[in-house]
Design a binder for this molecule. Sequence first.
Ligand code: PLP
Length: 445
Amino acid sequence: MHDLDVGGATRANSLEEHWMPFTGNRDFKINPRLVVKGEGMYYTDHKGGRVIDGSSALFCSPAGHARPEIADAVSAQLRENSYTPPFQLGHPGSFELARRVAGLLPEPLNHVFFVNSGSESIDTALKIAMAYHRANGQAQRLRFVSRERAYHGVNIGGVSLAGMVKNRETFPVTMPNVVTMRHTFTGKELFCDGQPQQDGVELANDLERHCQTYGGSTIAAVFVEPVAGSTGTLVPPVGYLERIREICDAHGILLVFDEVITGFGRLGAPFASQLFGVTPDICTMAKALTNGSIPMGAVAVRDEIYETVTDASPENAIEFFHGYTYSAHPAACAAGNAALEIYRSEALFDRAAELAPYFKDAMMSLRDHDLVTDIRTIGMMSGLEVAHDGVPGRRGQEMQKTLFWNGCHVKFTGDTAIVAPAFVAERAHIDEIVDKIRKTLDQAK
Ligand code: PLP
């Protein structure tokens, strides 16, 4: 029984009905934090406070909040054509968006399948891998490899691949045939700017060991986030991704990069694959695809995967029995096209690359604080780890709330703050975010 007063519009029990995701519902409803407006780098909370966004929401909005270009494009689309079934019908916006996305990806990732979220992109990638191997006469490849401390969303496919205990322990019935490699955070190189130097090949050789144990010819695909995002910006050591690629090639295994966070400029290149010079066979994305304005995700595959799957069926047949009612929704495509146009016309990926050194120095300035145990940065993304208070995660949760009331939003996972400002940020915005984090660290118990 909690009331909420938003500009005088109080309704009894108005918070009770919504069961909120990944939220301490009881605690939240006692002390809610509602955003009633977003503009550029700032949110406005329901009490009228200004809150700077230190995490581009959830890494979704590199062009800042409430961009009028996107709102106008979506509004125009909804007036023109609000929905077209995506099965055996189409509309122009999806083809334009697929061309734009393919144009940002390295060759030969030229075919794009649209979905509605990052989690759906993972399920779709799993099914594309199965469909490809079946069409290619390798239907015995039914095993998948992922990594500890991975986050691949919350659908059963993503949870099966995930390496975060809280996301798994309640749901033990997941996909069989998934084996995990070690995560890439060794703790040997704390306060690391960019890629750690040590152990890259050694850690990647976990995949080779799985090939020796299970048979490389039984493995369909390996899923990795090029930089593990949700578990705190875990940057792969030098040589790691290259060695994973090499082992995949040697055994005919598909390499899937989950670029739901790293896609669309977060690391200062269009995709992480370009930054690291390693091209996957399949790339998943979501979040910044529409600047966070409309739910949408996508899976890009290299030409040979598309051609193998489509050529395996008779000409007039459906080739891939998969898709969502809202795949390539016209409003989402309009939002995606408008967002990608903003990124292009404002050269925002270059701007992210230019801003990254300033951002890194600003984040690293926090290393002198007693509570800070590590800081990792790459591009416009950083993980700031805070000592736990005896109960892992408790201090992080409290800090996230205090920080909000100090006027800054940052996403926390456990005791790690994941700071990832929008690319439209000015240096003064970065200073403001870091100052507010320092103030909050000073107040932390
Ligand atoms: N994959 C990665 C790497 C993510 O970071 C996320 C979400 O944070 C997902 C998948 C799931 O995306 P969604 O929450 O849109 O389903």
